[in-house]
Write a protein that binds this ligand. Structure first.
Ligand SMILES: Cc1ncc(C[n+]2csc(CCOP(=O)(O)OP(=O)(O)O)c2C)c(N)n1
Ligand SMILES: [Mg+2]
Length: 589
């Protein structure tokens, strides 16, 4: 017997085209749609997708990057595998931004890559690239299929790795293989897949409780690891008197109306989020790999770190107690084994700080100055948002605005490109949101720079008649980078961008477009967006103003000169914001 031949090759069985057998593997893992653009090197898979079109929907995007980002967003929003494809050469290279986004935000994505026919491979053929080295860095699994019979097997294995390592699996398919008849014997392993489930060590929980008990200024910092454990996180916070700060990716997992939720820390952040993290003495750090901890958290604080991946312990900051386990189970144990801690002065100061911030934010929500401020735009988004709305948000100042001003509950969902932070995320993630959750409202929010990078795919929303509301915050600026150029005291260069009428452009491509300059026009456009029957684009012309830099506030005359404080307050209209020091003193914290 030749052991180098797969078993299926010589069993007596019905035959099936190998491409179809592969698509059936996708179906067995619950994949119901995938994105891409065909090419000659991918047509055997197109043939298989045509054959299986009743069970798996091919979404024709107009740029492979859109498909790849949408696949990453599918995975972020559903927790399940996102799938995208590109043809050999240029179709493949167009996938990279979406694949890196998936890698860096740790979600499972499968990319199928076209390849020239096997006999033409390794001859420097037209569009032939050696695909494996190209994808080596982004992928947790990265293989080229060698025989027709192994195609379903390799894709099945790729999916197992994407799930296990929460990353990108790449399978390159020489085009001729997908048309070959193979024995119809391959059994998918989808039914065998199990998530790891570690039981946390109670000794670690008890050591952590001891630290929380002893703390004067304890806080809870949560990442997307608390998905599904929002209630437990809030209960633990209440029990131990912990203000809660979250990562950007965890926006919405703690309801914005929880008075103990301070928002986010660092630059894409809120004032109370940074105030609390800079002053905490003990941090219960749950389910995050936050890269800015060393810059924004009090480095003298004690750290209790909870993660399902032990390679994360101590990665970004020293860790005093490591707890290996799923956040939900760990938090349940904190509730079972702990006891009520008296409310700290620090907690009271945090609540006041947050209330002051929220009041200040709200004071601009009906502001009718033109060009408009962003707060009135978010006031309208919050007004029309349904209880289970999805909010794909692009990258730029717009991300800062969304974490500050969206008023969310855990029934809704927020998504952005977190650690890769690619612009052009909003529209593709909007496609993903609507395709994965057809019955839920989808409101995308992009800057004018990010929108331009993906704007061609408004035509995809039109093609599939997807009632998505797309909001563009047009400041004619790469605003986020302009602010960075201010921080490094250099001339603005390359950051002013050409304006355009995105509302009219969207109308020309078949959507319903609005271009909005005044508060009255804004309200009228959002009225029309309440129950859309197709894609809507609302291009709001906003002032090119920097969101208040909460990472570098100049509010306190105890640390800054009166002249500097006055100048800062004039620029940011921030005189009603109270320095956190005053609240700490008020409660003797
Ligand atoms: C693909 C990509 N290119 C460049 C950057 C660097 N960058 C980050 S934010 C930003 C500006 C975003 O501009 P816009 O979408 O108009 O949003 P704004 O900051 O003005 O709200 C740039 C260029 C990036 N993150 N991604
Ligand atoms: Mg802009």
């Amino acid at each position: 017997m030749n052991i180098f031949i797969l078993k299926g090759d010589f069993r007596m069985a019905d035959t099936i085209k190998s491409g179809i057998a592969m698509v059936k593997v996708l179906e067995s893992w619950g994949v119901d749609h995938l994105y891409g653009i065909p090419g000659g090197s991918f047509n055997s898979t197109m043939d298989a997708l045509f054959n299986q079109r009743d069970s798996i929907k091919y979404i024709q995007v107009r740029h492979e990057e859109t498909g790849a980002i949408a696949a990453a967003a599918d995975a972020k929003l559903t927790g399940k595998l996102g799938v995208t494809f590109g043809s050999a050469g240029p179709g493949a290279t167009h996938l990279f931004n979406g694949l890196y986004d998936a890698k860096m935000d740790h979600v499972p994505v499968l990319a199928l890559i076209g390849q020239v026919a096997a006999p033409a491979m390794n001859t420097d053929f037209f569009q032939e690239l050696n695909e494996n080295p190209m994808f080596a860095d982004v992928a947790v699994y990265n293989r080229t299929v060698m025989t027709a019979a192994q195609l379903p097997h390799v894709v099945d294995q790729a999916i197992r790795h994407a799930y296990k390592e929460s990353g990108v699996a790449v399978v390159t398919i020489p085009v001729d293989l997908g048309w070959v008849d193979i024995p119809d014997t391959y059994e998918s392993t989808a039914g065998n897949y199990r998530k790891p489930n570690y039981e946390p060590a109670v000794a670690d929980i008890d050591a952590a409780i001891k630290l929380l008990d002893a703390a004067k200024r304890p806080v809870m910092y949560v990442g997307q690891g608390i998905r599904g454990a929002s209630d437990e996180a809030q209960k633990v916070a209440e029990l131990y008197s912990l203000p809660i700060v979250s990562t950007v990716l965890a926006k919405g997992l703690i309801p914005d109306d929880n008075p103990a939720y301070m928002g986010t820390a660092a630059r894409v952040a809120t004032k109370p989020g940074n105030d609390i993290m800079a002053n905490a003495d003990t941090i219960l750090f749950v389910g995050s790999d936050f890269p800015f901890a060393a810059y924004f958290f009090n480095q003298a604080a004690k750290f209790i770190q909870v993660d399902i991946d032990s390679s994360k312990f101590g990665k970004r900051h020293h860790t005093d107690v490591s707890i290996l386990g799923d956040a939900k189970r760990v938090l349940e144990l904190f509730l079972e084994r702990g006891h009520k801690k008296d409310t700290t002065g620090f907690y009271k100061a945090a609540l006041d700080d947050r209330a002051n911030w929220m009041q200040w934010v709200k004071s601009f929500s009906e502001d009718d100055r033109t060009p408009l401020r962003v707060e009135p735009v978010y006031e309208q988004i919050n007004r029309i948002a349904k209880p289970d709305a999805l909010f794909p948000t692009d990258v730029g100042n717009v991300t800062i605005d969304s974490v500050r001003f969206l008023d969310m509950t855990p029934k809704q969902a927020f998504t952005t490109s977190g650690w890769f932070a690619t612009m052009g995320y909003g529209l593709p993630a909007g496609l993903a949101a609507k395709l994965s959750f057809p019955d839920r409202q989808v409101i995308t929010i992009s800057g004018d720079g990010g929108w331009a990078m993906a704007s061609q795919d408004i035509i995809t929303e039109v093609k599939y008649n997807l009632p998505i509301v797309n909001v563009i915050l047009s400041n004619e600026s790469f605003g986020f980078i302009k602010a960075e150029q201010d921080d490094t005291h250099q001339s603005h260069y390359g950051v002013d961008i050409q304006g355009g009428d995105w509302g009219a452009a969207a109308t020309a491509l078949g959507a319903k477009g609005f271009t909005v300059r005044t508060l009255a026009e804004l309200k009228a456009a959002f009225k029309a967006a309440e129950n859309p029957d197709g894609p809507i684009v609302i291009d709001v012309k906003i002032a090119d103003e920097r969101p208040i830099p909460v990472e570098n506030l100049v509010l306190d005359t105890a640390t800054h000169s009166q002249a500097d404080v006055d100048a800062f307050n004039k620029t940011y209209e921030s005189k009603d914001l109270v320095p956190f020091r005053e609240y700490l003193e008020k409660y003797n914290a």
